[in-house]
Ligand binder design. Structure first.
Ligand code: BGC
Length: 457
């Protein structure tokens, strides 16, 4: 995997392995407390190495209740803290402490990662409506005191000190400030508001500093996906903005253990039948309509390159990447089995690409998608893990207006009859019909994801 170099603070190497064990043992000698609850274990380089990952019993039950769902019901998925009420649990469901208690019991005293998605920024998801959150653009004080502080207090409970608590910090936010603000063809007024008030940057800096102070928490910052920030205009600017956020509100880049790409998106891990370096009759695939001058055609090449750029922006040289592979498999009968014809770049790319979306800007309940690589630790250089952060079967957004009290809007990108907008090149959104609100169970999608899984189930 990546270099074994010791990261910033506090990391293995400060007091690792045997030294730490001896120190813990001697503490327990004096206190009489079991060594395991005396202090959090020092952070390890890759939290997934040598660890199992928490299976969310609520998701698992829904998956198992589906015909054929038992084939994947034991896979680990992300636990989403998507509103203040989720800390205590919504509609009688499990709250954060319930999940952590269950994680302790699943761990059986062995290393276990629990994956939490922290997702409630003020003015959340400014360029889309389906996951607009409960907090208005100016509600940074509430974000801090009613969301981040209570979560941090629970995570710091010594009862959870042996867990490797992984936080995915705020997807859908910072890249919007790069790509969807004034001066860009895809500008959205709500994103200008968030850029001007600085509340994404401040909120993320605050979250990172609070969680980073807890020794067994591993912060992973969201870093979009190749089809969002893989272009030259967005790549470096995003890395610099992430570094700015990591330095906001008293945080430092040392609070960031890694980054995640492709969260809840559909970009393939690898395009097996073409690479960015290919050309057809002397014309680069970068000039194809699909690639459209992007520097990357898939998540693995993007994540590995972006990792280097993040280090250049000031993050630790040991940062590791996660790739959400929950829904990027693109198997089934429509999956190309070889490269497209070398007649021209468009036919070559379109004939060979496994990503069957109408446009790479499409993101809602994609028709034809399948489960991707199963969660795995250290699958490739620079990659800490393939993860299923988005729980398969949970909708990305409703395909029509549904009144609700979750702050969820109706985004026409989830309506298959929509004609599109500049964000997706004015194409149809390619989303499945009859979809429920984001986060709600979508049986038809779950079934399709299993049928089109790649590797197949
Ligand atoms: C929704 C959340 C949900 C998450 C995971 C998001 O799009 O806004 O409410 O928890 O997806 O399914």
């Amino acid at each position: 995997m990546r270099s074994a170099s010791v990261r910033g603070t506090p990391r293995k190497g400060l007091m690792g392995g045997v030294a730490a064990a001896v120190a813990l043992a001697s503490v327990s000698l004096f206190t009489g407390a079991p060594a395991s609850s005396a202090a959090p274990a020092p952070r390890v380089d890759n939290p997934y190495s040598g660890a199992r990952v928490y299976v969310n019993p609520e998701w698992s039950a829904k998956a198992a209740a589906e015909p054929g769902g038992d084939r994947i019901a034991n896979q680990p998925t992300g636990v989403w803290l998507d509103r203040i009420a989720a800390i205590e649990g919504v509609n009688g469901g499990m709250g954060l402490r319930d999940h952590l208690d269950e994680a302790v019991s699943q761990s059986g005293g062995q290393p276990l990662v629990i994956q939490l998605v922290v997702y409630d920024l003020p003015g959340r998801d400014c360029a889309a409506l389906a996951s607009n959150g409960e907090l208005g653009p100016d509600e940074l004080p509430r974000y801090k005191s009613e969301f981040i502080d209570p979560i941090a207090a629970i995570l710091a409970d010594p009862a959870y000190a042996d867990l490797r608590i992984l936080t995915v910090v705020e997807i859908d936010s910072l890249p919007n400030l790069v790509t969807n603000t004034s001066g860009r063809p895809t500008a959205v007024p709500a994103c200008d508001v968030m850029k001007q008030n600085g509340n994404y940057v401040k909120g993320i800096g605050y979250a990172l500093s609070k969680f980073g102070a807890i020794e067994n928490v591993y912060n992973y910052l969201d870093s979009a996906h190749h089809g969002w920030i893989g272009w030259d205009d967005n790549f470096g600017a995003s890395a610099e903005l992430f570094a700015e956020a990591a330095r906001a509100e008293g945080s430092t880049p040392a609070n960031v253990h890694g980054f995640i790409t492709n969260t809840a998106n559909y970009s393939p891990t690898r395009e097996p039948h073409f690479t960015i370096d290919d050309s057809v009759n002397g014309t680069s695939v970068r000039q194809s309509k699909w690639v459209d001058w992007n520097r990357y055609v898939d998540e693995l090449t993007f994540a590995q390159a972006f990792r280097q750029r993040l280090v250049q922006a000031g993050f630790d040289s040991g940062v590791g990447m996660l790739i959400d592979t929950s829904r990027n498999g693109w198997g089934g009968s429509a999956r190309p089995t070889g490269p497209g014809p070398r007649t021209n770049v468009d036919e070559y790319v379109n004939g060979g690409r496994i990503d069957r979306r109408i446009h790479p800007g499409n993101w809602c309940n994609q028709s034809g998608a399948g489960l991707g690589e199963r969660p795995a630790a250290a699958p490739a250089s620079g990659i800490d893990a393939y993860v299923w952060m988005k729980p398969p079967g949970e909708s990305d957004g409703a395909s029509e207006e549904i009144p609700n009290e979750e702050g969820k809007g109706f985004d026409r990108m989830c309506d298959p009859t929509y004609e599109g907008n500049p964000l997706n090149g004015n194409n149809p959104p390619g989303s499945l019909p009859d979809a429920p609100l984001s986060g709600h169970w979508f049986s038809a999608q779950f079934q399709e994801l299993m049928a089109n899984a790649y590797p197949p189930l």
